[in-house]
Design a protein around this ligand. Structure first.
Ligand code: GLY
Length: 244
């Protein structure tokens, strides 16, 4: 919100980001997306406005209740899914994240920096950062943005999208279960009780919808992601069974 104010005031003044949650450290403070939510959906008003610098102090994470950490882990796991099998495996196998947290945050920010440098204004590759967000945003909306955190919703959305991809033959078999296992390890949910039809309907205001099509972010396998444009009318049949 402060970034959006900085983008708008006098048509833009410099600003810095000092993120103090894991979610903002690995995602929202980097890349220049600023904005606010509307009742109709998340981030519907905003501007691209790069911070002059981002100062991340991982020690701030120790001051937060555990659920904020789990929330951020949803996005951390997402980076592994879309771009780094090595990061995913590190998260899957480590017994204690704390001593390696600086490295984990660095790897996430480095992936995001690399994607944003190629596609600052979100016309191509940057869409990969939205893996899990199509159904994730829908679940947040169905929960009226209460009770289910963004990272938790993205986690469920990643499992659903991996199942959709597996069913369609785009994603390696077993990927959804592998993602569900790591989400559980980091105390994140892997399933929502909302009927699938409600979840699909709630994707209608998704910014990834373009006319009668929607861009789905899918995995070939852990660490390899791609965008697949599908007719909106095919989303419900494609998604059938992906929330079970
Ligand atoms: N949080 C997704 C992006 O910055 O593009």
């Amino acid at each position: 919100m402060a970034g959006f104010a900085a983008a708008s005031y006098l048509r833009g003044i410099p600003f810095v980001q000092v993120p103090t949650t894991l979610l903002s450290q690995v995602d929202s403070s980097v890349g220049g997306k600023t904005g606010v939510d509307l009742p109709q959906g998340k981030n519907l008003v905003g501007a691209f406005w790069q911070p002059s610098f981002v100062l991340i102090d991982p020690d701030t994470l120790k001051t937060l209740p555990p659920h904020f950490f789990a929330d951020g882990m949803g996005e951390v796991i997402k980076y592994g899914c879309i771009k780094s099998r090595a990061l995913f495996d590190l998260l899957a196998h480590t017994e204690d994240l704390e001593p390696i947290m600086d490295d984990v945050i660095y790897r996430c920010v480095d992936i995001k920096r690399n994607v944003v440098e190629h596609d600052e204004f979100d016309t191509g590759e940057r869409a990969l950062l939205n893996f899990g967000h199509t159904f994730g945003h829908a679940l947040e909306k169905l929960n009226h943005y209460e009770g289910l955190s963004h990272g938790a919703a993205v986690g469920i959305g990643m499992v659903m999208m991996a199942r959709l991809g597996e069913k369609a033959g785009w994603t390696a078999a077993g990927t959804a279960d592998t993602i569900a296992t790591i989400l559980k390890k980091y105390h994140l949910p892997v399933h929502s009780d909302f009927p699938l039809s409600h979840i699909v309907d709630a994707t209608a205001s998704d910014k990834k919808s373009i006319g009668s099509s929607i861009n789905l972010v899918l995995l070939e396998e852990i660490g390899q992601s791609f965008v697949q444009k599908v007719p909106r009318s095919e989303l419900a049949p494609l998604a059938e069974g992906c929330n079970e």
